[in-house]
Design a protein around this ligand. Structure first.
Ligand SMILES: NC(=O)C1=CN([C@@H]2O[C@H](COP(=O)(O)OP(=O)(O)OC[C@H]3O[C@@H](n4cnc5c(N)ncnc54)[C@H](O)[C@@H]3O)[C@@H](O)[C@H]2O)C=CC1
Ligand SMILES: O=C(O)CCC(=O)C(=O)O
Length: 392
């Protein structure tokens, strides 16, 4: 029996993936083997000894203490791309709301409750509509910072809208580069991107190098009248620099999914309550992917889409499987295999992968390893965590 503790509202379609397995799933479980969550912040919470894995149903993992998990051999998963389309669609809505005075026009129309005659209403609307005029997206340049799952979809969408697209991503993976439309103009630095763009949208993770990357220095390079969209994280943008840029006219509008008190109720800010991924489709996709990844790990020891462990898979366990994580130094695997030789343990198949300072191995064995074997592997220097899984 595995206990999976939930935080936040997780889609039932995702949670139903635990049906048909030996699982207890709920918000109030003691000694859980796994967590599944969305944006709940876990930095301040004690890590139970029982915890083996944490699945973030979403992309950003800045709400998880990933380094602490790594030190304890706890696998942290996310769900790359599963909510990218939802964010892409809201970026389009954000660009349109910033370009056409849809909100002002709607508020104006709704305020005319004193008019009862349709002809009078029509006359007033026609007379006042010039107050709510805007500009089109076609022909304008969209700068995209971060060309991963969301950034690449936004690029496709913007090109389809007839926009020119420039991109900046110094950490672009080869896989992400293949996904990018050829028409995206590559910029070597953020300033270059800001200088050529009418709209800039941010799609980078909140990590040390991206903290406050939109500050008074970088914003100074922007074209006057830029529309800045932040559907990534609050920490990436220095809000006081954004407010100063709005006052000076450097920024025309700020669209953000992570409002701070200082940006509320300004006509030049469109503030949303972190709803970039809040669609039924994205919530289901993320929850299903997170649940599938947890099951594959808990039941078979396989790891895909982890943010701290290497991709390591050997298919479903058919007999007996021992897995262990270790600090990535030489000799650990050799020492484990020596123990197997000494204690007469027959290895059927194995895989060993590393990622940075961490390594992970899956070893299929001919027989169930004894308590003595498991304790001996756990005692090998640099081994972090040992698990045994067996076929049902
Ligand atoms: N508003 C919302 O509800 C949502 C927000 N997000 C946020 O958006 C972020 C991006 O999501 P995805 O596109 O799915 O992630 P992703 O991992 O597919 O793409 C991130 C991209 O940022 C690039 N990058 C990293 N450091 C950079 C830097 N210093 N400068 C420029 N590019 C850099 C990476 O190379 C990568 O291509 C997430 O980390 C999360 O914080 C994601 C989903 C929903
Ligand atoms: O679960 C959510 O709504 C948050 C989505 C998000 O911010 C992410 O995936 O990084």
């Amino acid at each position: 029996m595995f206990k999976v503790k939930t935080y936040n509202k997780i889609s039932e379609k995702g949670l139903s993936r635990f049906n048909g397995g030996d699982y207890q799933v709920g918000a109030d479980l003691e000694a859980p083997e796994a967590y599944i969550l969305r944006s709940h912040k876990l930095h301040a919470e004690a890590i139970p000894e029982s915890l083996l894995a944490v699945a973030r149903a979403g992309a950003g993992v800045n709400n998880l203490p990933v380094e602490d998990y790594t030190a304890k051999g706890i696998v942290a998963f996310n769900t790359p791309g599963a909510n990218a389309n939802a964010v892409k669609e809201l970026v389009l809505a954000g660009m349109l709301l910033a370009s056409r005075d849809i909100i002002g026009g709607r508020d104006f129309a709704n305020a005319q409750t004193q008019i009862t005659d349709a002809a009078d209403m029509g006359k007033l609307m026609e007379a006042e509509k010039k107050r709510f005029a805007g500009n089109e997206l076609t022909g304008k340049t969209l700068g995209i910072v971060g060309l991963g799952a969301i950034g690449s979809m936004v690029a496709d969408m913007a090109l389809a809208m007839g926009m020119k697209v420039a991109g900046f991503d110094p950490a672009l993976s080869v896989e992400a580069a293949w996904r990018l439309p050829a028409l995206v103009e590559r910029k070597e630095n953020l300033q270059g991107l800001l200088a050529c763009s009418d709209y800039v949208t941010i799609h980078v993770p909140a990590i040390e190098p991206t903290k406050n990357m939109f500050n008074s220095d970088s914003l100074a390079a922007a074209k006057d009248g830029l529309v800045l969209l932040n559907f990534a994280r609050e920490a990436i943008v220095d809000t006081s620099a954004v407010l100063a840029a709005l006052e000076s006219g450097k920024l025309r509008k700020y669209v953000c999914d992570f409002p701070e008190p200082a940006v509320i109720n300004r006509s030049d800010v469109i503030a949303l309550p972190h709803i970039g991924a809040s669609t039924a489709e994205a919530e289901e996709n993320c929850a299903m992917m997170a649940a599938n990844q947890l099951r594959d790990f808990l039941e078979h020891g396989n790891i895909v889409n982890s943010v701290n462990f290497p991709v390591t898979t050997m298919g479903p366990v058919e007999g007996y499987r021992l897995t262990f994580s270790n600090q990535n130094v030489s000799g650990v695997l050799g020492n484990v295999l020596s123990i197997f030789k000494e204690l007469d343990v027959n290895v059927i198949d194995m895989v060993n992968k590393s990622r940075g300072d961490l390594a992970y191995s899956i070893i299929d064995l001919a027989e169930m390893p004894t308590a003595e074997v498991i304790a001996a592997v756990q005692a090998v220097e640099h081994v972090i965590r040992v698990r045994v899984v067996a076929a049902k």
